[in-house]
Design a binder for this molecule. Structure first.
Ligand code: SF4
Length: 279
């Protein structure tokens, strides 16, 4: 029998990584969810996903990037941090988290090996997430100031968190090919959000570039030359039917930026509070 450990929130004994539909709380997939094994299959399954829940289900079982697949599963089995050695790891791509009818999408970089890759929820389980969730709560987007994992009561209103790359990369550095392979998931997230979307908040330059590239891929109007990333940088994109969508930049909530005070809570608060303004 496969070894199991109790889920830290529900206590349910679960294997690591989490098998699709195997009982992980909030798992969007089932054993029948179609699996993308190549970039071409990612494009096909992302484009044909009919709605946000099915898109999250499909991307959460994606196996298209061999290096990232190996890394995320290796961490989940033999690379668990000592403090979490007795809990199961998600070990799969991170699905989006938040309001499926959101007017704001927050685009992060990629899951952390012992953060989202452990908890299965975006920005959850590491110090980057602690900084972000406190700010999201202050700004009125998040129900709670902390995020532990599925079953903790956390919820977002008006916002959904997505990412440029959905699998934890070694050293937090995805390759160009991995970023390109993953883009169709983000593109479809953007497309499904478009009818209500007012703003996209990009954390860091990789999130900024990924949002611009996904918007261009959807045929949205993107200013030329390519807008430069910066903290509180802002440009207006136009959807295929001409609706304005603000793209706003923020320094990433990485420990490097927050410990050095390059990004302070006040700086992030200002950007988050400004997101509700119309374009
Ligand atoms: S990074 Fe994206 S495309 Fe690559 S395996 Fe993960 S979910 Fe699939």
């Amino acid at each position: 029998m496969e070894p199991t450990d109790p889920h830290p929130v529900t206590g349910l004994p679960l294997p690591s990584p989490a098998p699709p539909g195997g009982g992980w709380p909030g798992d969007p997939a089932t054993a029948d969810t179609p699996v993308a094994r190549t970039p071409a299959q990612v494009r096909r399954l992302a484009t044909s996903a009919p709605d946000v829940p099915e898109l999250q289900a499909r991307l959460s079982v994606c196996r298209a990037c061999p290096r990232l697949l190996r890394w995320r599963e290796e961490v989940a089995v033999t690379g668990r941090r000592a403090a979490f050695a007795d809990e199961p790891y998600w070990g799969r791509p991170g699905p989006s988290f938040g309001d499926p009818d959101a007017e704001v999408l927050l685009v992060g970089l990629a899951p952390a090996a012992n953060g989202t890759n452990r908890t299965g929820r975006m920005f959850t389980g590491d110090s980057s997430g602690d900084f972000l969730w406190a700010a999201l709560h202050r700004a009125g987007f998040a129900a709670l100031a902390t995020s532990v994992g599925a079953g903790d009561g956390q919820a977002l209103t008006g916002m959904r968190i997505v990412a440029a790359v959905r699998c934890a990369p070694p050293a937090n550095k995805p390759t160009g090919a991995e970023r390109a392979a993953c883009e169709p998931w983000l593109r479809r997230d953007l497309e499904l959000a478009a009818p209500r979307l007012r703003a996209v908040l990009a954390l860091g330059s990789i999130g900024w570039d990924a949002a611009l590239s996904a918007a261009r891929g959807l045929g949205w109007e993107v200013p030329r030359p390519k807008p430069r990333f910066g903290h509180a940088a802002e440009v207006v994109l136009r959807t295929a039917d001409g609706r304005p969508v603000r793209l706003v930049g923020s320094y990433h909530v990485s420990p490097h930026n927050t410990y050095t005070k390059r990004l302070t809570p006040e700086m992030l608060d200002e950007v988050l509070l400004g997101l509700r303004r119309p374009a």
